[in-house]
Design a protein around this ligand. Structure first.
Ligand code: SF4
Length: 92
């Protein structure tokens, strides 16, 4: 099956009011942060009209790409969701 069909099998539990990923306030995003608007497999990153990058962590697959891409700039605060929240992978 296609990857979209497989992803559809995963369930996502939102920990309301406690996003596990935050983008720190910035004026101009680094190239790494900016690239996340294209690279995030869950489409969590978007560019605002004023040119900042924002994240909506709902649906995050915890792949860690955004954490790696901003490792040197520290633009993102990244934590695993609390136990029981976040992506629930279904195998098989
Ligand atoms: Fe997207 Fe992966 Fe970052 Fe989650 S960890 S926001 S899926 S790039």
């Amino acid at each position: 099956p296609k990857v979209e069909e497989k992803l559809f099998q995963n369930r996502y539990l939102v920990d309301a009011g406690k996003p596990h990923i935050k983008v720190r306030a910035h004026e101009v995003p680094s190239a790494g942060l900016l690239s996340m608007t294209k690279l995030c497999p869950a489409g969590c990153y978007a560019l605002t009209e004023s040119g900042q990058v924002e994240v909506a962590a709902d649906g995050c697959l915890e792949c860690g790409t955004c954490r790696i891409m901003t490792k040197t700039t520290g633009e993102i605060e990244w934590n695993y969701p609390r136990g029981g929240f976040g992506v629930l992978y279904k195998f098989g």
